[in-house]
Design a protein around this ligand. Structure first.
Ligand code: GAP
Length: 458
């Protein structure tokens, strides 16, 4: 059974080094978390799986890594300066602040008072000074979504790659939101990572592409290990849609806190490229797209049929890395009783995303020949740079196994005295706890087979 409380995960994450509270030694900074030795591996594996499925395994996608700081005009024309707001209320009794839609029964969560102000809009973008002179104009926003970096590079990518519709641009990166009430561990934080695709299509073909992307993205989460029963689709009602969206379907995961969004797939129409084209016109930056047309919009691409320049529509699958980490940890977490009656905690992560692929364990850590054999086995296993392998001698064999069960390591390889004679090792499987004996030089292929996965839809 997956984790039933957030506390189980918070405790495991801290104890084993997946996720720590940010700035912990100074009392923390609300809404920030640091990924520890295992967390960074898990997060990187998720991001790599996403990149592989969406960039490498497709023929219609390019990658991008845009700057976090952008010209302020980007956020003016994207609509975020005006509309990227959450409703906020103040408690008149204890002066605390809450997101209006998070307040239950009209009561302050801290002191219980019902003496709250009327909701008023609060813009969630962080501001920072740019350059040494801090006058009113020399500031920039930390991006609240990675998407705009893609829109402002649309023409650059088209010119550099000669892409034609339909095609997409994929990007993974940090986003920042001054959430009024960050909560639920890494679920709602002020600094997080997004994996976003802007997929450009012909207007009129947008709805079919939207439906297709919803299915693709749902499928991908299941290939990573989330059970279909714990995922559902939420068709966002019109009055809840973001300012840029014609239709949005959210993928919800059944977290211990209830069903919540892990990814949103929006039909952003030509809203963003249209707005930035208008921005360019306002500033006198537009030029004729081609001598054969009278179009003045710069952010266009030829229509595949008419060859006339058009502003394409956009389908946007936008997933949160941190919410993905949390969901995958929930799903994988299991407490069970072993046949010998002992309790064990096991993280049944798919081997492809497990932080550590194999632990090499010496039967005796003070036997130099065994230690040497372990070290050379570890070097051989990680020689291609494909997998994180560790040498594990922090306790006895039993402790090593439970430690690695708890962090999801799919294989433990034990080197013993027989290894020195016949060059074989035992390989213990995390899920079944069974052991087999293998020639050392077959261990790499054995593990590699176990961790290889295909992430794209057939
Ligand atoms: N570009 C579209 C966009 O940003 P969004 O629904 O606001 O859409 C997309 O965000 C995803 O980013 C969400 O589904 C969620 O996984 C993640 N996300 C958003 N705000 C977050 C926060 N405060 N903490 C953690 N993840 C967040």
């Amino acid at each position: 059974m997956p984790a039933t409380t957030m506390e189980q995960l918070v405790s495991l994450c801290k104890r084993r080094g997946f996720i720590f509270a940010g700035s912990d030694i100074y009392g923390g900074l609300q809404g920030t978390y640091d990924y520890g030795p295992l967390g960074v591996e898990l997060k990187n594996n998720i991001k790599q799986a996403w990149w592989r499925a969406n960039v490498y395994e497709r023929d219609d996608m390019e990658g991008l890594d845009a700057a976090i700081l952008m010209n302020r005009l980007v956020w003016k024309y994207s609509g975020h300066e005006e509309t990227f707001v959450d409703p906020m209320v103040d408690c008149r009794q204890c002066q605390s602040r809450w997101r209006a839609d998070h307040v239950k029964n009209g009561k302050c969560e801290k002191c219980g008072s019902t003496n709250l102000t009327e909701p008023r809009p609060f813009n969630m973008m962080f501001k920072t000074a740019v350059g040494p002179v801090a006058d009113g104009d020399s500031f920039a926003y930390l991006r609240p979504e990675t998407a705009q970096g893609i829109f402002v590079n649309f023409k650059n990518v088209v010119d550099a790659t000669s892409r034609r519709l339909p095609f997409g641009i994929a990007q993974i990166g940090k986003a920042f939101r001054n959430e009024i009430t960050p909560r639920n561990f890494v679920f709602r934080v002020r600094e997080f990572e997004q994996m976003e695709i802007e997929y450009f299509v012909r207007p009129g073909e947008d709805e079919a592409w939207h439906a297709r992307w919803v299915e693709d993205r749902l499928h991908w989460w299941t290939t990573l290990g989330l059970s279909r029963d714990n995922l559902k689709l939420y068709h966002v009602p019109a009055d809840e849609l973001a300012h840029y969206s014609k239709a949005t379907v959210d993928i919800f995961y059944k977290y211990p806190i209830g069903w919540e969004e892990i990814e949103g797939i929006a039909n952003r129409t030509d809203y963003d490229l249209g707005s930035h084209s208008r921005g360019q016109a306002d500033l006198g930056l537009t030029a004729k797209v081609s001598p054969n047309t009278d179009s003045t919009a710069k952010l266009t691409i030829p229509d595949p049929e008419t060859q006339k320049p058009i502003v394409p529509y956009v389908i946007e699958p936008s997933a949160g890395v941190d919410r993905g980490v949390l969901a995958l940890l929930c799903e994988a977490y299991e407490e069970e009783i072993k046949p010998n009656g002992e309790k064990r905690t096991v993280l049944r992560l798919k081997p492809s995303i497990a932080p550590i692929k194999a632990a090499v364990v010496p039967l005796k850590r003070n036997a130099p020949e065994i230690v040497d054999a372990c070290k050379s086995l570890k070097r051989a296993l990680q020689s291609t740079g494909e997998m994180r392998v560790v040498y594990e001698d922090t306790g006895n064999i039993g402790k090593a196994y439970s430690r690695h069960d708890e962090v999801g390591t799919p294989y433990c390889l034990t080197v013993d005295f027989q290894t020195l004679e016949d060059k074989t090792v035992t390989v213990r499987d995390r899920d079944t706890m069974t052991q087999i004996r293998l020639p050392m030089d077959e261990a790499y292929d054995y593990i590699r087979k176990g961790i290889t996965e295909t992430f794209a839809r057939e």
